[in-house]
Structure formats: C-alpha cells, structure tokens
Write a protein that binds this ligand. Structure first.
Ligand code: AMP
Ligand code: ZN
Length: 113
C-alpha cells in the first residue's frame, strides 16, 4: 500500500514539519490555501473520518487538544482559524490518510464553497 502521508511520516518524502510526537505529525501544506496552512495527521494509517473506531479516540482527542499549542506556535493565538477535515472526494478529500487542515492568517467565509 502506498500512501503519501505515510511516506512523509516515514521520512521517505520531505515535508516542512512543525510538530511531531509518537502518534502525531504536523507539517506545512505544499499548496497553501491561506497564509498559514498546516496538516495534522495521526501516524497510524486511517483512510478517512468514517473509518474511525473507539480505538482511535486517544489519538483523535490528542490532535484536538494539541490545537492551542500548535496555533500558538504558528503565531495564530487570538486569531480566527479554521480546522477542516474533508471526508471522501465529494467533500474534497484527495489524500486518503485522515488529516486535519489548520487554516489561518486571513478571513474565511461561511458556508464554505
Ligand atoms: P485533502 O484534499 O483534504 O485530502 O488535503 C490534501 C492536502 O495535501 C492538500 O491541501 C494538498 O495541497 C496537500 N498535499 C499534497 N501533497 C503534499 C505534500 N507532498 N506535502 C504537503 N502537503 C501535500
Ligand atoms: Zn497513510
């Protein structure tokens, strides 16, 4: 199985890392859609949101509770941010290793397009 984000996690493909621990990696998106655009991924290969099970609650909770620290380190403390998961092609998912986009540094409209 070849997966782009697993290859980044394994160090086979370079990325601009912003945070790493035993279970999570965060790195800059290669095609930023905002002044700050970082992707946060679990190191475990999970294809998409709808594949999550109770076994994943620890790492998913960890990703959410990491947000204040990541936002602060990215200079976004006190700024509006958008945290996004795209699930399946219809919603814009193009890489099938679950990830959360952190977008910041500009205004965002709602609802998204
Ligand atoms: P999604 O469309 O929600 O699946 O998001 C996938 C994201 O991965 C897109 O925003 C891409 O720009 C980003 N991306 C694709 N290849 C790379 C890469 N080699 N390094 C960093 N980000 C990437
Ligand atoms: Zn993967």
């Amino acid at each position: 199985m070849s997966c782009l984000f697993c290859s980044i996690i394994e160090g086979e493909i370079p990325a601009k890392k912003v945070y790493e621990d035993d279970s999570v990696l965060a790195f800059h998106d290669i095609t930023p859609a905002a002044p700050v655009h970082v992707l946060v991924v679990p190191k475990k290969h999970i294809e998409k949101l709808t594949d999550l099970t109770d076994e994943d609650s620890g790492v998913m909770g960890h990703i959410l509770t990491l947000m204040p620290r990541l936002l602060s380190e990215l200079g976004l403390e006190g700024r509006g941010v958008r945290v996004v998961n795209n699930c399946l092609e219809e919603a814009g998912q193009s890489v099938f290793h679950i990830h959360f986009h952190i977008l910041g540094g500009r205004a965002f409209s709602w609802p998204p397009g």
